[in-house]
Design a protein around this ligand. Sequence first.
Ligand SMILES: C[S@@+](CC[C@H](N)C(=O)[O-])C[C@H]1O[C@@H](n2cnc3c(N)ncnc32)[C@H](O)[C@@H]1O
Length: 284
Amino acid sequence: MAGLSGGDGEIRLKKTKPSKNARTARKADKHILYQESVQTPEADASFITRTFRALRGREAQSLREDFCGTALFSGQWVKGGRERTAFGIDLDSKVQDWGREHNLGPLGAAAERVVLFTGDVLHTRTPRVDVNVAFNFSYWVFKTRPLLRDYFRAVHRHLKKDGLFFLDMHGGTQSMEVLCERRRKHGFTYVWEHLTFDIVSHDMRCAISFEFPDGTRQKHAFTYDWRLWSLPEVRELLLEAGFSDVRCYFEGTKRGTTTGNGIYSLKERCSNDPCWLAYVVAAP
Ligand SMILES: C[S@@+](CC[C@H](N)C(=O)[O-])C[C@H]1O[C@@H](n2cnc3c(N)ncnc32)[C@H](O)[C@@H]1O
């Protein structure tokens, strides 16, 4: 992925004898690990389907996935109905090729309803769509107000009159901290790091690494150079770009814990958390 640098650091941590099929740094494909660690295409598609139906009184059919990477979400979208279509846009043709082979190919005929464009989301023109998505905070690559506003204007131009723009946000007290979190996955550990955070510019560098039971790891398999945007800034820029209504849906927590429960509700006000996640939904 452009803006993300490939990790070449295969480091042996401690030796244990791996089973034959066990994942190791050498054998594991970083795009598969990424998808298993940070993407939730079924849940995203379900949220969009329900929210679009509730707000627009019809079914969403056409989608534009900005920063599509491996186009996992575009594939999930077209699987959800025969009328559904998707355009995926990304700067990185190699990642898109990987997605064609691993995510779109297995869909068979449905894959014909996905068209991938290699280009900049600021300048790539597509027909107008019902839904535009920008997920996994990818739009944080735009670090100035004029650039982010230009991006939001580009999205606005590509939406139908009753279309909706879905983007995600995270924040909370931990978002400005240098930190390293580990989460166990199937046969590997996902490691999320905030490497640096600058309080003057809100520039942050983050990285994803993967660790394996045999002690090897893919260090900094993906890195990110972002600006940490706040919710009020994003709302204001969406409105300045021409959107008329911006709503925030926050993830709830499991009873008695601060762990997310995957259920998002519309809120006008919300108290801070160590780490919160939200969908922002903007109407043109
Ligand atoms: C974090 S990945 C997102 C992958 C996937 N959409 C997801 O939700 O996890 C960010 C992607 O944005 C792409 N990208 C960065 N700047 C871009 C731009 N200006 N236009 C198009 N793609 C861009 C990168 O090539 C990379 O594949």
